[in-house]
Design a protein around this ligand. Structure first.
Ligand code: IVH
Length: 503
């Protein structure tokens, strides 16, 4: 490639500017790697700054040429081969699940009989449990050595996780850098999460940048934690609740509740709803109390974790398969709310599939505003007999798209009519047919159907296909509506002038 490194920025044309930005990106990344990775600076600080300034000046003149890997979007170096692997001193496990109170009672009985059978611990009439919210985030293991924060690792496969220390260091609160009077080596376990408020703000930013919004705060936290560039993590505020120990070189308490107190005194955030319950009945009451507050909490939870309070008993109980015998997660049912069904619209997919979508009076379901929900397909609408004007039950469960569960028949307006599924495409008017062995009806318009065309374009630029960064679903819709892009090839014929005045 020709060398334009001495050409003044205001004398570069677009072609040479593009080549110069490519050269600068590679050169700056090389210096970054040398500086952060090997401690051997390859140029002086002043020369390095000059490279960055030149890059920024060219980008200001040619904003349409800013590269996806532009040095201006990045500070510091990006580890090239992803995250380093970390061996957990004690395995990170998952939890057994309970859905009903009777499952929890069964768990308590099995704990008592195991202790009696294996260790001749006479069955106590009651078993004290700590009940605490199950935070819907990602588990993390924090290692402290000689009272200093050393390392943060994801769960990974349970035995070996990924080193996300640099990302955890972006936490403004919740992560003490030092612990006083701590054992020589201690692993502290907790959950990294994103508040609902921070998640909504992040999604607004993503939509403004033409990207597809994330489904829930857990995905927001996962994306931030797995960023290779800590500068990006820093812009996506993460929080942390500490709730358990992994390996420790010396005991720090006799009970789970004692561990929480100790973690709190070290400066960790410990969930304020964690409570010691002397009986199973008290633990189940606390589950109800936490459930009642669920939608008002600033973060998402998906159940309550009960842990045997006595640590000597936890030790004896040990583990079975991939979960401890001394703990269980009591899950909450999916969050539901009632709202009015304003209309049923039909979405046309990339392959012509017609999907009925419920247009709802917007309603908060578990802290997320829901205005649309899927009705799956023609048969589902018929089976549920949902009608425009109905009051309907809407539900959100974990990662799934909001769904319409059922209409509230007692509240049905007298004039509500059964929904008639269209037999023509709402976008192009072509006949929509349904094969005998298929659940979906499809538009037969093919290339003449604008809805199918837009969906094909969205797919073309998406992460699973051409992965064109910065060209999101909404930009595609606007380009299509303005007649600038009709087929994938048009993407490559866009002129700088076509982009003027757009996001
Ligand atoms: S205790 C040995 N306490 O739930 C088990 N886990 O489904 C130690 N979680 O992997 C986990 N809140 O990521 C515990 N208060 C809490 C929790 C909690 C969320 C997560 C954790 C675990 C998963 C199991």
């Amino acid at each position: 490639m020709a060398d334009h490194s001495t050409v003044p920025v205001d004398r570069l044309d677009a072609l040479r500017a593009e080549q110069e930005l490519a050269r600068l990106a590679a050169e700056i990344a090389g210096h970054d790697r040398a500086y952060h990775g090997a401690d051997l600076p390859t140029i002086t600080d002043a020369a390095y700054d000059a490279l960055r300034q030149r890059n920024d000046a060219i980008e200001r003149r040619f904003p349409q040429l800013v590269r996806a890997d532009s040095p201006s979007a990045r500070v510091g170096s990006t580890p090239s081969a992803g995250f380093a692997k970390v061996q957990h001193r004690q395995a990170m496990l998952s939890l057994q699940n309970a859905f009903e109170a009777s499952d929890v009672e069964g768990f308590v009985d099995s704990v008592k009989s195991f202790l009696d059978r294996e260790f001749s611990v006479p069955e106590p009439p009651e078993l004290a449990l700590v009940a605490e919210p199950k935070i819907d985030g990602l588990s993390i293991s924090l290692t402290y050595e000689q009272g200093r924060f050393k390392r943060a690792a994801t769960r990974g496969d349970g035995a070996e996780g990924e080193d996300v220390t640099a990302n955890l260091l972006t936490l403004k609160s919740d992560l003490p850098r030092t612990l006083s009077d701590a054992p020589d080596v201690i692993e502290i376990r907790g959950e990294v999460y994103m508040t609902r408020e921070d998640f909504l703000a992040l999604n607004e930013q993503m939509v403004a940048a033409g990207e597809k919004p994330l489904a829930n705060p857990r995905n927001g936290a996962a994306g931030a934690l797995r960023q290779l560039d800590p500068e990006v993590t820093a812009r996506r505020p993460l929080r942390l609740f500490a709730y358990a120990l992994g390996h420790t070189s010396a005991p720090i308490a006799d009970t789970q509740f004692g561990i929480l107190a100790r973690l709190r005194s070290w400066g960790f955030s410990v969930n304020p709803l964690a409570e010691r319950c002397a009986t199973t009945a008290a633990a189940l009451d606390h589950y109800q109390r936490i459930g009642n507050q669920r939608s008002a909490l600033p973060y998402e939870i998906d159940g309550v974790v009960y842990k045997v309070d006595r640590l000597d008993w936890q030790d004896r109980l040990g583990f079975v398969a991939r979960s401890p015998r001394w703990a269980i997660a009591h899950k909450f049912p999916a969050e539901q709310a009632r709202t009015r069904l304003k209309a049923i619209s039909i979405q046309v997919g990339r392959t012509g599939a017609l999907t009925p979508v419920a247009e709802l009076e917007p309603i908060g379901v578990g802290g997320v505003l829901v205005a649309r929900a899927t009705l799956h397909n023609e048969d589902e609408v018929a089976r549920k007999d949902v009608r425009v004007g109905d009051l309907v039950v809407v539900q959100r469960a974990g990662d799934v798209i909001p769904q319409v569960v059922e209409p509230v028949l007692a509240e049905r307006p007298a004039d509500a009519q059964p929904f008639v599924f269209p037999t023509t495409c709402p976008a192009c008017g072509s006949v929509a047919v349904r094969d005998e062995d298929e659940a979906v009806r499809r538009c037969t318009g093919g290339l003449i159907c604008p809805a199918q065309n837009v969906e094909r374009l969205k797919h073309f630029v998406s992460r699973d296909a051409f992965d064109i960064e910065g060209l999101g679903q909404q930009s595609i819709e606007r380009f299509f509506a303005d007649g600038l892009i009709r087929s994938p090839a048009d993407l490559f014929r866009l002129q700088p002038g076509d982009l003027r005045g757009r996001e």
